[in-house]
Design a protein around this ligand. Structure first.
Ligand SMILES: [Zn+2]
Length: 242
């Protein structure tokens, strides 16, 4: 498998960002990666620390029973390369849950997709995007509810505009509340669609909108958002010139 290139030496310029960084190779990540594999012809970098478990197979559609206990990123990369030989798939078996760790990888990619399953990683990705100015697509699903939004730092609302800070204890997750695999798939495919819009610079990404999906009622709603003037993502007024 192609290794991830080392950091450039201090003072050495970064190569132009290209491709997609996908954080999480669980249910959301599998659906997003599968959808992207049929569309993009650049590189896809998968990051996830975990191994494949039987209880997750219903929503992690890149894996089979024969894959149990294998590293998710390795199996996902194998399937994606077979499906889309033109796609360059890179992997990193790691838990990225600090803004610094996420930012170091994200700055090499054109778009970052947060398909993680915990608030710590989601807020770390959010904060890295705000600090470094890279576009970020956020998605989540648990129980019968899903949501996604796209963050354009400096111009659109971010996770902290909505929630302030991560909750002191992890909220509902796929592990403690369960989730419908088809709902996870829908959110994942929509995140792939957002990615394509950003890469192609077309359409209307979910900037300043939180798309909520309620599986039991079939309702979707694009909740309008505005950057919170007290949030670090909000552009600070420049100096007043006389
Ligand atoms: Zn914000």
């Amino acid at each position: 498998m192609p290794p991830i290139p080392p950091h450039p030496a201090p003072g050495e310029p970064l190569p132009p960002p290209h491709g997609v960084l996908l954080i999480g190779a669980g249910g959301l990540g599998c659906a997003t990666a599968l959808a992207l594999a049929g569309v993009i012809r650049t590189r896809l970098t998968l990051v996830d620390p975990d191994r494949i478990a039987l209880s997750n197979l219903h929503r992690q559609i890149l894996y089979h029973r024969d894959d149990l206990d294998a590293l998710k990123v390795e199996q996902a990369a194998r399937r994606l390369r077979h499906l889309a030989p033109a796609l360059t798939v890179e992997t990193r078996c790691a838990r990225l849950d600090t803004p610094e760790a996420i930012g170091a990888l994200a700055c090499r990619h054109a778009v970052t997709v947060d398909a993680s399953d915990n608030f710590r990683t989601r807020f770390a990705a959010n904060d890295a995007a705000i600090r470094q100015g890279f576009p970020l697509i956020h998605g989540a699903a648990s129980g019968f509810a899903g949501q996604l939004m796209t963050i354009d730092p400096g111009r659109s609302a971010c996770l902290r505009c909505l929630f302030g800070a991560p909750p002191p204890v992890e909220g509902p997750t796929c592990q403690n509340e369960g989730v419908i695999g088809s709902l996870v798939g829908e959110v994942g495919w929509l995140m792939a669609l957002e990615t394509v819009k950003l890469l192609k610079k077309t359409g209307q990404p979910l900037w300043n909108r939180l798309l909520t999906i309620h599986a039991l009622t079939g309702k979707r709603r694009a909740v309008p958002l505005r950057p919170d003037p007290h949030c670090p993502c909000h552009p600070q007024p420049g100096p007043v010139t006389p």
